[in-house]
Design a protein. Structure first.
Length: 228
């Protein structure tokens, strides 16, 4: 079994985050530069608690997801004072990122997934994402490639916590030795998977950083050679 992270590994925003935030904000009378918004987004996202809701009922998850993101986005705009139409702005922003058109596959994704499937390898996703991910991956044409799509908001634990890996293994009736996890974050993906007993590889698409570094690949296509 190969587990994949999603954002930064399989998919990326179709537009830069700052550009999307700024363009939609302008429609609601808020003018901030894309660069400023991107820097604030990075800070606000990193400061946010894990996107996970332990013990929450299934019917509450989507409400909790949207509330979590609303707090993050509100923090993004804090330095610029009152945002009179923030609620409507946020609703449009949240809906935008639910659309498959807001995301792109990395160029090698489809070929890599096809090559793994041809070898009889089962695939799944473990991501610190929310319920929108299923629609996104389906819309991008790769959702059917995965036996399961595990998102932290529904599982109740986020990477690097071992519980999210253990949950996925138990659901698929696998031992840690039967799986490898592929992601783009050393802390969340490499360390998180290793701490749960899984092997892991990190994809860093800058060859100057990835080439020759143990546990790193410069393209998802290289993981096929690792498995062979």
């Amino acid at each position: 079994m190969v587990f994949f992270d999603a954002a930064g590994t399989l998919i990326k925003p179709a537009r830069r985050v700052g550009d999307s935030y700024a363009a939609i904000a302008a429609k609601y009378g808020k003018s901030v530069t894309p660069t400023e918004l991107f820097e604030r987004f990075r800070v606000s996202f990193d400061d946010a608690p894990p996107l996970a809701f332990p013990g929450a009922a299934a019917e509450e998850i989507q409400v909790l997801e949207k509330r979590w993101w609303k707090r993050v986005v509100a923090q993004v705009f804090e330095p610029w004072g009152e945002f009179a139409d923030f609620d409507n702005y946020f609703d449009e922003l949240f809906a935008y990122y639910a659309q498959p058109e807001a995301w792109l596959l990395y160029p090698e994704v489809e070929g890599t997934l096809a090559a793994l499937k041809q070898r009889g390898v089962e695939l799944a996703v473990i991501s610190n994402f929310d319920s929108r991910l299923v629609r996104i991956l389906d819309g991008l044409g790769i959702g059917k490639s995965f036996a399961e799509i595990f998102v932290s908001s529904a599982v109740g634990y986020a990477k690097p916590r071992p519980e999210i890996f253990n949950f996925a293994l138990a659901r698929l009736q696998l031992s840690a030795a039967q799986a490898i996890h592929i992601g783009d974050s050393e802390s969340h993906d490499l360390n998180g998977a290793n701490n749960a007993g899984l092997r892991a590889l990190i994809v860093d698409r800058d060859p100057s950083r990835a080439n020759g570094r143990a546990g790193y690949v410069a393209s998802l296509g290289q993981i096929v050679d690792h498995l062979d």
